[in-house]
Write a protein that binds this ligand. Structure first.
Ligand code: TLP
Length: 346
């Protein structure tokens, strides 16, 4: 493979690496043993996140997967049922942890690009009958990954919360990219979070941190989550070095998310002008876009061309590719990707 210059990595925003400034903040972190509650930087990140989301408390965890798992387990008992969209990350990409660790079942409803409606949730709630599992939790994903980076309207979340209250269900928001949703919707994180019993946000995606996620909720929820995190092996000692990256990201990398969204739209404009590729969801709402390769060209053709040009993309499934913009991708990178796609698939 002959390759000159920078690799343009559009596989995921998870591939972003810390900037020198973020590394500097990490090196200067004050740390202590976080299992003793003595890491001042982790404590500060948790307090900042709780405040950002308007919740009583937050807990720093290793990953988005752990954030969701801890939340599912905290809200349910084994045998309970969880209602969520059929394309949810928790269903597809979290190794079945909900079943293996939390012992719950999933009731899948078909959302529109991942967005589920309150009426669908009401219809999925189990009757009170000795044969049935107990419906206990709803998970919504905002933005929705497999839906194309889709944003929940705040009003839909409010109406979902109403349904949850009526049926004594808890509401968890997988907000791995909640701050992208806020940038796109012009909403504050707390506008969404106030309707959910727990909210997970990821630092290691579009915010550019090397590691980390947080879950926020009531004080009681956070106590349960902290104990579950320890049970899962996620008590992380001098974790302040990582928390410092999170603090830096919340202070410096949130405003720039709109730029990633612009880049995704720019790439979509370029793909729209090709004959051989077709956007699956058009236009992209946030920092990800999906597109299909039209016959006679094949996914293998696309991968071969891109690899040669130093552009990395994930194939989502079949003929579909996903491209994700993030702070490691510049406008010039997007322009190069467009020119390569137009040259080979125009
Ligand atoms: N998503 C990753 C892959 O796992 C697919 C990606 O590249 O997009 N919730 C949502 C909505 C996510 O997109 C992800 C990661 C997670 C949770 C899990 O986060 P991590 O990877 O930190 O466990």
């Amino acid at each position: 493979m002959k390759q000159t210059g920078k690799v343009i990595d559009l596989r995921s925003d998870t591939v972003s690496v810390p900037t020198p400034e973020m590394l500097q903040a990490m090196m200067q972190a004050q740390v202590g043993d976080d299992v003793y509650g003595e890491d001042p930087t982790a404590n500060r990140l948790e307090a900042m996140t709780a405040e950002l989301l308007g919740k009583e408390a937050a807990v720093f965890v290793a990953s988005g997967t752990m954030a969701n798992l801890v939340s599912i387990r905290a809200h349910t008992e084994p045998g309970d049922e969880v209602i969520l969209d059929a394309n949810s990350h928790s269903f597809h990409y979290e190794c079945g942890g909900y079943a293996a660790v939390a012992g719950v079942t999933f009731w899948l409803v078909q959302g529109d690009r991942g967005i589920i409606q309150p009426e669908q949730i009401a219809a999925a709630v189990r009757a009170d009958n000795v044969h049935f599992p107990r419906s206990r939790l709803v998970i919504i994903e905002n933005t929705h990954n497999r839906g194309g980076g889709t944003v929940y309207p705040v009003e839909t979340v409010r109406r979902i919360a109403d349904v949850c209250r009526q049926h004594d269900l808890r509401l968890h928001m997988d907000g791995a990219r909640l701050l992208n949703a806020c940038a796109a919707a012009g909403a504050e994180p707390a506008d969404y979070a106030r309707h959910a019993d727990s909210v997970a946000i990821c630092l290691s995606k579009s915010l550019g941190c090397p590691v980390g996620s947080l879950v926020a909720g009531s004080g009681e929820f956070a106590r349960r989550a902290r104990r579950l995190r320890k049970m899962l092996g996620g008590g992380m000692r001098q974790v302040g070095y990582l928390a410092a990256a999170g603090i830096y990201a919340l202070q410096h990398n949130v405003e720039r998310l709109a730029e990633d969204h612009q880049h995704a739209r720019l790439l979509a404009d370029g793909i729209r002008r090709t004959g051989g590729l077709q956007l699956k969801y058009d236009p992209p709402e946030t920092n990800m876009l999906y597109f299909d390769v039209l016959p006679p060209r094949t996914p293998a053709d696309v991968q071969a061309v891109l690899r040669k040009e130093g552009i990395l993309l994930n194939d989502a499934s079949g003929t579909t590719f996903r491209a994700v913009t993030h702070l490691g991708v510049t406008r010039a990178d997007i322009e190069k990707a467009i020119s390569v796609l137009q040259t080979h698939f125009g």
